[in-house]
Write a protein that binds this ligand. Structure first.
Ligand code: MG
Length: 382
């Protein structure tokens, strides 16, 4: 049998576990359609380098580029899309480890993509860790299921579309001039998130610079940067007087007694981010923080995120959803959960200059879900 160019690309791309990418789609080479005779799910993926609009600095890291692994799962001519963003703070998770994990995943054994719970339980058991890669697969699978059902995920879960919150826009740690410029650029947003956790003079300069531009409410993320609970409490009182409404991860992630003390005394809600990775972390955060920051890349995706929502609600804890630099694919997936959120920090697609998806929008600062089935995002075919 003669191997056509199309079949050759199909075979080699699948064998390597890598998509040919949008350029192949331009040429009419569709590598994602199901091969004849196969009824299993087909997973493919490729790395995509995200370019930051501005160098982004938080307490501990600076970066201009970051890699996401874009995923696709196809079944019966329908394709679900997902994304595994891999920021540098993900302890041992790199594009290479995520790709190696995805190559081990055999979705071809599954015949019904709506049996999502069994598929994701299998995925969890393939190997420990790899939360970002698992999220990339979980999102694509949910997108596929939503498309097969013909409904957006928030509707399938029974969440109320109009209850989505405003999102914050994040200002990283930077010089006075850059912070002023970024604050001006954040004009379309109703809430500003400021990264703190440096020395006292720098932290106060950052707040006063933002305040010289706008009086919008501010949320704070110290990224574990404050080392002493008394210092942290003094800072929180100082910040409250300047219109701050929330404090994320003020202390190092494992100082439980000090954190419980701080939450009890704090006039503002405290939210666990680095202290809260997965569902199993939530019980010990009760009474230690006021709430949790859920991120799909930390908790392996939408299935576990919904379980964390239920548990935090049962404990009377506040809910926040966050992200990293990522495309509108990952952001739209996370946005499906936002009707349940008290706070949302879903600005990752605004932090990059090469978004290759079109999805959920921000309208007058508010996360605005659409009617598209699944995660509500599609690749941009330029
Ligand atoms: Mg954070």
């Amino acid at each position: 049998m003669t191997m056509t160019r199309r079949n050759f690309i199909k075979t080699s791309a699948i064998a390597g576990g890598i998509l040919a990418g949008p350029s192949a789609a331009h040429k009419g080479i569709n590598i994602n359609t199901r091969t004849a005779g196969s009824k299993g799910l087909k997973l493919s993926f490729r790395p995509y380098e995200l370019h930051a609009r501005h160098q982004f600095t938080i307490s501990g890291f600076s970066r201009n580029v970051q890699t996401s692994i874009l995923t696709e799962i196809s079944y019966d001519g329908v394709t679900g899309y997902g994304e595994a963003p891999l920021p540098p703070y993900m302890e041992g998770q790199t594009p290479a480890t995520a790709s190696a994990f995805m190559k081990k995943v055999d979705l071809g054994q599954f015949r019904d993509p709506l049996e999502l719970d069994d598929i994701l339980t299998y995925l969890e058991g393939v190997d420990a860790g790899h939360t970002g890669a698992k999220a990339g697969i979980d999102i694509a699978l949910h997108d596929l299921a939503g498309k097969l059902i013909g409904r957006p995920l928030y509707q399938i879960w029974g969440y109320t579309r109009s209850k989505t919150p405003d999102t914050t826009m994040t200002i990283g740690i930077d010089s006075e001039d850059v912070v002023r410029k970024k604050t001006e650029e954040a004009a379309p947003f109703n809430l500003i998130k400021v990264k703190l956790g440096m020395d006292e003079a720098t932290d106060k300069m950052l707040i006063e610079t933002v305040r010289s531009v706008t009086d919008k409410p501010i949320t704070i993320d110290a990224n574990q940067g404050w080392r002493d609970k008394h210092y942290a409490l003094d800072m929180i009182h100082w910040l409250k007087e300047r219109g701050v409404i929330l404090i994320e991860q003020p202390l190092p992630k494992d100082v439980w007694d000090d954190m419980a003390w701080l939450t009890e005394k704090s006039p503002l809600p405290t939210i666990a981010d680095e202290s809260c990775q997965r569902l199993t972390d939530v019980p010990r955060l009760r009474g230690v923080f006021s709430g949790i920051n859920i991120k799909l890349l930390k908790c392996t995706g939408l299935r576990e995120a919904n379980r964390m929502i239920s548990m935090a609600e049962a404990f009377g804890m506040k809910l926040m959803i966050g992200c990293t630099m990522e495309t509108s694919c990952g952001i739209s997936a996370a946005a499906q959960l936002t009707p349940k959120m008290d706070y949302a920090d879903l600005d990752g697609n605004f932090l990059i200059s090469n978004d290759c998806f079109s999805g959920v929008k921000i309208v007058n600062g508010k996360i605005t879900l659409n009617d598209r089935p699944g995660i509500g995002a599609e690749p941009i075919r330029s």
